[in-house]
Design a protein around this ligand. Sequence first.
Ligand code: C2E
Ligand code: CA
Ligand code: CA
Length: 418
Amino acid sequence: MPTNLIPFPVETLLIVDDSPLQRLHTVGLMRDLGVEMIYEAGDGHEALDLLGLLRLPPSLVIVDLEMPGMDGVEFIQHLQERNLNFPLIVASSRETSLLASVETMIQELGMHVLGALQKPLNQEKILGALNTYNSNLALPKTGDALPAVCETELAAAIRNRKIVAYYQPKVDIRTGMLKGVEALARWLHPDTGVIPPDHFIPLAEQTGLIHELTLSMLEQAMEQAALWNERGLPLKVAVNLSPLSLDIPGFVQKIADLLAQHALQADQIVLEITESSVVANLGTALGTLARLRLKGFGLSIDDYGTGFSSMQQLARIPFTELKIDRSFVHGAHARQNLRVILQSALDMAKRLELVTVAEGIETMEDWRLLQDSGCTIGQGYLIAKPMPANDLPIWLKGHHRRLAELRPPAGQVGSASA
Ligand code: C2E
Ligand code: CA
Ligand code: CA
C-alpha cells in the first residue's frame, strides 16, 4: 500500500509491546503502509532509554497497555513528565471501556492521542486512528504561540470594542434550517490578529474584567439580534456567561435594561453557562438563574457531560436547554461508550422537556448519528465555523444549497418522522 495513505509524514515509528509476535505483526502492518524506520521496545523502561538515544523524536508511537516492568499508562505518564509529546496510538486486547478511559487520560494530560485500538490490529483500525491526526495539536498549542496579554491591554480592548462577537450557527437537526447563533468572543488584535477566547477569558476572570467583557458581549449580541430582527431574520442569540458574571452587582437588572434598550423579547436571548461552574457555585448561582428565568431568558447548560453533576442536581436548576459537550458528539458514531452517554443524556433531557443541542458536529457521520438520536439542534464545523456577523448572509445563501443533503435520507425513521 502506498505511503500517501497516511495523512501526515511518519518518518520514524516506535512500537512498544512486550510480545515479540505482536510487535512483528504491527511492524508488518506499518511497513505495508510505507513506514521504513521502525524502532521496537519491550516495555516502558526500554522505550524511554531508546528515546534518550534517538536524535529526532519519533513521528508516531504505538504502545501496548499491559506490559511487565513499566506498563503503557506509566510510560505515557513519564512521557508527559518529560514534556515529550508525539502522536500516540494505544493498543490492547482489553475491554473498550478501559481503552476509552486511557484515551481520556492521555487527552487530559494534554497529549496527542490518535486512538485507543482494540487488538488484533489491522490496517483499517490504524488508518482510522491516523486520520484523526490534527496538525494543530502536534504543534505547540496556538495559545502558547501567542504573546502573553496584560491586564491594561485587555481592559482597553474591551472598552474600545476590540473584543467582538463572532457568531456560530445553531441549526434544526431535522431540517438543517438556521435557528439561532452562539456569540463567541474574539479579540481583534492589531499586531497578533484574531486571538481566541481561551487566551484571554482566564485573565479576564482573574482580574475581574470578565464583568465588563460579559456586558460588552451581551450588548453586542443584543444589538445584532435587533438588526437581524429588522431584516426579517429573527434568530435566537446565545451568550456565554462566566460563573463570575452571575455575581455582577445588579446583573439581572443590567441585562433586563439592555433587553429593553434594544426592544427585544427575553426568549430571544439564551444564556449559556457550564455545568461544572453552576454546580460549584450553586448557592449564588441559583438565585440569579431563577431570576433570569423568571424574566424569560433561555438558560442553557453548556459542556454537559464534562462535569460530574447528576441529572437530579441539574433538574433543580431552571434550564431550558442542554448542550452536550463536543467530546460526546464528534466521533461518537464509532465509539459505543460515547453513544451510550449521548443517548442517555438526550433521553433525560427530553423527559425534562429541554431543548437539546449537540456541539462539535464535524462530520456527516456525527450529523446523522445526532439526527437518529432525536437531538433538536446541531452546531459545529460541519455546518459553519464562528464568523463575523456581516458574513452570515453569504453563509446562509450557501447553506440553503446544502439543505437537501442535510435532511434525513428517505425512509429513515426516528426523529425524521416527528
Ligand atoms: P464553548 O462555549 O464550549 O464554545 C464552543 C467552542 O467550540 C468554540 O470555541 C467554538 O469555536 C468551538 N467549536 C464549534 N464547533 C466546533 C467543532 O465542530 N469542532 C471543534 N473542535 N470546535 C468547535 P471558542 O470560540 O474558541 O471558545 C472557547 C470557549 O471560550 C467557549 O467554549 C467558551 O467557554 C469561552 N468563551 C467564548 N466566548 C466567551 C464569552 O463571551 N464569555 C465567556 N465567559 N466565555 C466565552
Ligand atoms: Ca457555549
Ligand atoms: Ca462547549
